[in-house]
Design a protein around this ligand. Structure first.
Ligand SMILES: [Zn+2]
Length: 443
């Protein structure tokens, strides 16, 4: 409860660029998520909190605030290559005996003398006396050595971010990133969105003008200052009129994933685009002309234009059955996934470390984009073959190996969380559409 109060308390901090009203509703939103009684729950349900990612962590971790009361004079050092603590002590004109006493206080789990290049070390003085030495690991984590009468003591100090929940809704005109930017979303959140849907939507070929997405995500603050974007809690992507919901959920085992409204994981047996979306131009491209002859032809695969050397991933778990030149395909890898699915990756510049006969996991690199064989420019030619026929895996998802579904023991808690988040997504989308209509309706 104390964390909740902290969070509500933090509303009074000035947050540049964010509406306070939004913050209040966000804080209430979190409160409602935590305190809301589960629908249809029986009395023997003992869970007091729901495992909302990050929130649960926040509730569990004992918040230990850095003592801000003492007005330290801080002289910060940035660790350069070749620096050691003794060098920093010399730069600070401190006595070597002080350092010796400090290293004596070190224990295996509380070390301070092992520095990394780029780290910030704060020397905190009271007048001319060094009272604290802090190794700053992150805005949320520091190792602090405190000097008192009895010598040095070393401790880890951890701070939890103040978490605020924000919404965004946008419609795609030309590219996912432009739409995201218009909604005030950084690329990091967009990439995460693409990762969440990486098994159901091909973000290179299937994104259409008019597609929409709504997203609920965290922002992390410390003392009223924005530090970083947190997790996406829930999102809806409407692609060619088809809605895909994703709710972030951490199960009793501590595994976190994204699930649809029925509790089915969005991680499917196959990736839609077998390479890193970040490396591909996000422009729409639906060319079906043969890259060499220029003649449109029935194309039995998908082409992804990408820079030479872009890693190509195994789209699913499986075995390498071919690795070598294959006529117009150039350097090619073929994989077998069980008895029904074969995938093919062509025009590679070179192969990954896996050889014929080896088992490979989904997402492992089996080759690199190139332009070998009948190809005018670097691209990946990818084929997905189901029972001997080229298919779009999106249309035969029910025939492919089933994705993980939350077990009965989890489903109630999941549905309770999903219901709230989906209601919030819907409200956000409806508000956005209402605002759009209001703006665009002539009086
Ligand atoms: Zn092709």
């Amino acid at each position: 409860m104390r964390n909740l109060i902290n969070r509500l308390d933090a509303i009074r901090h000035p947050f540049p660029g964010i509406q306070v009203l939004g913050l209040i509703s966000s804080a209430l939103f979190i409160t409602s998520l935590i305190l809301w009684p589960a629908v249809g729950e029986t009395g023997d349900q003992s869970d007091q909190t729901m495992p909302i990612p990050a929130l649960a962590k926040t509730l569990e971790t004992n918040q230990k605030l850095a003592p801000q009361a003492e007005p330290f004079v801080i002289r910060a050092e940035r660790v350069q290559a070749g620096d050691s603590l003794s060098r920093l002590f010399i730069r600070q004109h401190l006595k070597p005996q002080l350092l010796h006493a400090l290293t004596q206080a070190e224990q295996s789990n509380r070390r301070i003398s092992r520095l990394n290049v780029g780290q910030t070390i704060e020397f905190r003085y009271s007048g001319e006396t060094l009272v604290e030495l802090a190794v700053i690991q992150s805005p949320f984590q520091q190792t602090v050595a405190t000097h008192a009468e009895g010598g040095w003591s070393i401790e880890q100090r951890q701070r939890d971010p103040e978490i605020y929940i924000e919404h965004a809704h946008t419609t795609i005109d030309s590219s996912l990133f432009i739409a995201g930017a218009r909604a005030g979303l950084p690329d990091k959140v967009i990439m995460e969105l693409a990762d969440i849907y990486g098994h159901v939507i091909d973000f290179v070929h299937e994104i259409r003008k008019g597609d929409q997405f709504t997203v609920i995500f965290e922002k992390h603050y410390l003392d009223g200052e924005f530090i970083e974007y947190g997790n996406i809690l829930a999102t809806e992507f409407v692609n060619s009129g088809e809605s895909f919901l994703a709710v972030r959920y951490t199960d009793g085992q501590g595994d976190t994933g994204y699930y649809d409204e029925k509790g089915v994981s969005l991680r499917k047996a196959f990736l839609r685009a077998p390479l890193n979306f970040r490396r591909i131009s996000s422009n729409f491209s639906h060319s079906r002309k043969h890259p060499v002859t220029g003649v449109p032809r029935p194309h039995r695969g998908t082409d992804y234009a990408a820079p030479t050397g872009t890693p190509v991933y195994a789209s699913g778990d499986g075995k390498i059955v071919h690795r070598g030149a294959k006529g117009g395909y150039g350097k090619t890898v073929v994989m077998k996934h069980g008895t029904t699915v074969t995938t093919l990756y062509a025009h590679l510049s070179r192969y990954g470390k896996f050889r014929i006969g080896q088992q490979v996991k989904q997402g492992e690199t089996i080759g690199y984009v190139g332009s070998t064989g009948l190809s005018t420019g670097p691209h990946l030619h990818y084929e997905f073959i189901f029972n001997g026929v080229h298919r779009n895996p999106r249309t035969i998802l029910d025939k492919l190996p089933k994705a993980k579904t939350l077990p009965q023991t989890e489903i109630k808690r999941f549905e309770h969380l999903a219901e709230l988040l989906i209601a919030s997504l819907n409200a956000q989308r409806n508000n956005a559409e209402l605002a759009f209509q209001t703006i665009n309706t002539p009086e």
